[in-house]
Write a protein that binds this ligand. Structure first.
Ligand code: AMP
Ligand code: MG
Length: 326
């Protein structure tokens, strides 16, 4: 299959109506979209991504000022906390997990009684969602377990030839997957840290708990979001591992280290802006990974980012990227 790249919303819509897959830009990362109400089309998402069927998809909704109606299109129950969050942060990088209506196919929710819903804030994605008469199921447009794509080229690099069309919306403005909030024991809990800061959620709802890894989202596996090169999180001690400056890549927050060649270092935000750092994170990981392959770098070493704003989600992704089973 030849994968086309462009900004033709009409063509993307026609393909989706035919049950094809289209990669779409969102403010978080690129998604691999299918008609969320077409089980067969959604099954192809799992096939193309090589995604295990126990990892459910996020359903993307057309923007509307009536958040209650939008939620009610797929959710059977809408708790007060969910309506409050949707009204405060939609369209935006926030996903809500709520009891699902029967029209949402089992394959989308991995058979769970809940469905993950989000209204993305990206002009092209929204034009597409307004154009088609169904919501779009879309996980990140990368092979399962790899780093999420934040440009159309990233999608092409990994899924080119396997999907019909990539809608090119430029670089993703947020650059991290959405924050996911669900309910446990009648109370909202954060199931995954992401593109909306915990502080902002807590400003709206008061103190929140983070789900433990066993209670977290089914897809929140320990090892995830990983480059192929071994990655050490919160650890710049390459010498202690017997490596020289020429053999390592560094992922840093504000400033490079003088002893390592400059082109083997990625500095995510010289000005110390965590939003900018988040926006640059995945592209930087990809560049270091590619450099490791071409130049024989042995490992990537990273700092820990400040535990505030998007720094928490950056640390979460790097921690998962660094996980290696014993
Ligand atoms: P991705 O878009 O690739 O980041 O994947 C979507 C993620 O949303 C999954 O990996 C799950 O962690 C989460 N998710 C989707 N549906 C549900 C659900 N019903 N309950 C809990 N988490 C969900
Ligand atoms: Mg993903």
């Amino acid at each position: 299959m030849h994968t086309q790249v462009g900004i033709d919303v009409e063509q993307a819509a026609l393909l989706l109506e035919q049950g094809e897959l289209v990669a779409i830009p969102t403010e978080t990362v690129y998604g691999l979209a299918a008609n969320a109400l077409n089980a067969q089309a959604c099954a192809r998402i799992f096939e193309v991504k090589n995604r295990p069927s126990f990892d459910p998809l996020i359903v993307h909704l057309a923007a509307s000022s009536d958040c209650e109606a939008a939620l009610a299109s797929c959710a059977r129950v809408i708790p007060d906390w969910a309506l409050k969050l949707a009204r405060a942060f939609w369209p935006g990088p926030l996903t809500l997990v709520l009891p699902r209506k029967p029209l949402v196919p089992d394959i989308v929710t991995s058979g769970l009684d809940t469905v993950a819903l989000r209204m993305p804030a990206h002009t092209l994605a929204q034009r597409l969602l307004e154009r088609v008469p169904f919501p779009l199921a879309a996980p990140s447009a990368n092979p399962f377990g790899f780093v999420s794509p934040t440009t159309a080229q990233h999608v092409l690099d990994q899924l080119g030839g396997r999907i019909a069309y990539v809608l090119d919306g430029g670089s993703c403005r947020v650059g991290l997957e959405s924050t996911i909030v669900g309910e446990q024991g009648g109370r909202p809990v954060v199931l995954r840290l992401g593109g909306l800061g915990l502080e902002e959620l807590e400003n709206a709802l008061g103190p929140l708990t983070l789900a433990t890894s066993s209670g977290a989202s089914p897809g929140s596996l320990e090892s995830h979001y990983a480059p192929r090169t071994p990655l050490y999180f919160d650890d710049l001690g390459y010498r202690a591992r017997g490596l020289s400056p020429e053999q390592v890549g560094l992922l840093l927050f504000r400033a490079p280290l003088s002893e390592v060649p400059p082109d083997q270092q990625e500095v995510l935000s010289m000005s110390g802006d965590l939003n900018e750092a988040a926006r640059n994170l995945f592209a930087a990981l990809r560049r270091l990974d590619a450099l490791a392959a071409s130049r024989g770098l042995r490992a990537i070493f990273t700092q820990k980012f400040p535990e505030r704003g998007l720094g928490r989600a950056i640390n979460d992704r790097l921690r998962r990227a660094s996980f290696r089973p014993a």
